[in-house]
Design a binder for this molecule. Sequence first.
Ligand SMILES: [Zn+2]
Ligand SMILES: [Zn+2]
Length: 263
Amino acid sequence: MLMERIWSGNALRNFHYLIACPETGEALAVDPLEWRLCLAAARERGWQIRQIVNTHEHADHTGGNVPLKAATQATVAAHAGAAARIGGVDRGLHKGDLIRVGRTVELECLDTPGHTMTHVCLLSHSEEPALFCGDTLFNAGAGNCYNGGAPEALYDTFVTQLARLPDEIRIQPGHEYLARNLEFTLNREPHNADAARLLEEARHHEPASARITTLGEEKRINTFFRLHSPEVIAGLREQFPDLPQNPDARTVFVRLRELRNRW
Ligand SMILES: [Zn+2]
Ligand SMILES: [Zn+2]
């Protein structure tokens, strides 16, 4: 599998991805909002964009569909439940569906509600597996839930799906928020040495060359995977005095999400 991450340079800090077959040069574009950048990158590499996948229905992920489709005749795929809202979707995706790119690339659809209720993540079945996770999981953070999502559903997605994937998976999200998210981790868990080290590194990187984390790293630096940390729980109980001494993980997640909304 060949992959290129494309930095949008926009205010929303979107990342786009091209995933290509090394044998045929056929490519798939994930959330290509700045579609001209995607087209130029494909041309430079000699790839032909044949498919577009939207991880979810928000306009900063779907806004490039129409012009990119017009330029390439690519087909558009998205969560079956989001297809009507997006419009122009050729293939509705369901949990477990496989998307093939050329002869060699296979991507598995995960149904991952929470940021919105119709969100897919793509898991590559490749030597260096990657998860294209849209606005569900960010490097060191979690998607917000106030545009059609639900924090309880996001918790379930994190715990029953994402946390169970292999630690070596590379996390390829829809936006670049690494430094800001690490600052939140350290706000909640000031003694997290891994987060402090990575923040130092993140501050010296341009967004275009931002660090790609693995799921194993996320479990050490992402507050939303650290629901049993005594420091996280103690800090939350200061913010929310109604919390019991040993709140369950779901409650910790939901309250962290609530704090992050106004942080
Ligand atoms: Zn979104
Ligand atoms: Zn987004």
